[in-house]
Design a protein around this ligand. Structure first.
Ligand SMILES: NC(=O)c1ccc[n+]([C@@H]2O[C@H](COP(=O)([O-])OP(=O)(O)OC[C@H]3O[C@@H](n4cnc5c(N)ncnc54)[C@H](O)[C@@H]3O)[C@@H](O)[C@H]2O)c1
Length: 288
């Protein structure tokens, strides 16, 4: 694998990339972007027809891709797919752990534990299963990259998205822990943190969720629109994919995609900083 092209677009010539959730949205855009950069793509999705469509789109654009059905919540499925990809393409150089589902849009008092358990299984444990299936091989070979699709919802919380935010905060902890664990082994870790991206996420979530999402009232819908505007607006999946490959090439851990999306995180950090400073001032007085 060579990750090159510091001047001009990044190149991933001959790198084998296993992508989850590659059948739609950000995953499909990543597949096309990786292929355009010279990578060989293993496009996986629980919806195998959508993964096959992605692989066809990559090949139609002159790239190399194969598709595989993979439900990230299933350990045995992970082992079987990794073995098949390695047989078909060779060792996996990049794991793009992207599959995810969205919020039930319920507040905590109404949020079912069942939904939360299901969402954690997809968004967090799905990524952990991917690490267990792919990273030992990368470590043994002394090279590789892991890209998690996190979210700005992993850095701050908005109203009515407690379940989704909790999973994306947990995913950030998983990614940062992996970064510490593989430091020095030649494996690089990044987490993509987009804000709003126009994709089929609500629809793909609806089709698989253990229970339907709450229908947001009109006030909530207006609130959501304001929130999107205040957190960097919409950025296309294609642009998110382009920024992701630059971030990977540059070895950045945090890959941000929406200018202006950090305000609420910075407010949270400022509150924490104020409280810590107050504590420090207090202990200085106590010991004085
Ligand atoms: N769209 C946004 O605004 C946004 C913002 C920040 C982060 N994200 C994250 O981006 C990632 C991709 O979502 P998207 O917006 O492109 O949505 P999408 O629905 O277009 O794509 C998600 C894909 O994941 C697949 N998937 C769902 N459950 C799966 C499972 N158990 N196993 C394998 N595949 C599964 C779906 O079939 C779908 O193809 C998700 O992790 C999402 O949380 C999205």
């Amino acid at each position: 694998m060579s990750i090159e092209g510091r001047i001009g677009p990044p190149r991933f010539d001959g790198a084998n990339v296993l992508l989850t959730g590659a059948g739609s949205g950000i995953g499909r855009a990543l597949a096309l972007e990786f292929a355009q950069a010279g990578a060989h793509v293993a496009a996986t999705d629980v919806d195998d027809e959508s993964a096959a469509e992605t692989a066809r789109a990559v090949r139609a654009a002159g790239g190399v891709a194969r598709s595989y059905a993979l439900d990230v919540t299933d350990d045995a499925w992970w082992s079987a797919v990794v073995a098949r990809v390695e047989r078909d393409l060779g060792p996996i150089d990049v794991l793009a752990s992207n599959a995810g589902s969205s919020s039930s849009r319920r507040e905590l008092t109404e949020l079912s534990v069942e939904y939360l358990r299901w969402l954690f299984d997809v968004n967090v444990l799905g990524a952990v299963r991917g690490i267990r299936a792919v990273v030992p091989g990368m470590r043994a070979r002394g090279r590789g990259s892991v890209l998690f699709t996190g979210s700005m919802a992993g850095l701050w919380v908005g109203r009515g998205g407690a379940d989704y935010s909790a999973t994306k905060h947990a995913l950030l902890a998983v990614a940062d822990s992996l970064r510490n664990e593989v430091a020095g082994d030649g494996v690089r870790v990044s987490i993509l943190c987009p804000s709003a991206v126009p994709t089929r996420l609500a629809e793909t979530t609806r089709s698989r969720a253990v229970e339907p999402a709450a229908v947001p009232d009109p006030t909530r819908a207006a609130e959501m629109a304001t929130l999107v505007a205040e957190t960097g607006g919409m950025v296309s999946a294609e642009e998110v994919a382009r920024i992701s490959l630059e971030g990977l090439r540059d070895g950045r851990f945090y890959i941000f995609t929406h200018a202006g999306s950090g305000t609420r995180f910075l407010e949270r950090s400022a509150e924490i900083a104020r409280e810590l400073a107050r504590l420090d001032r207090g202990s200085a007085v106590d010991t004085g």
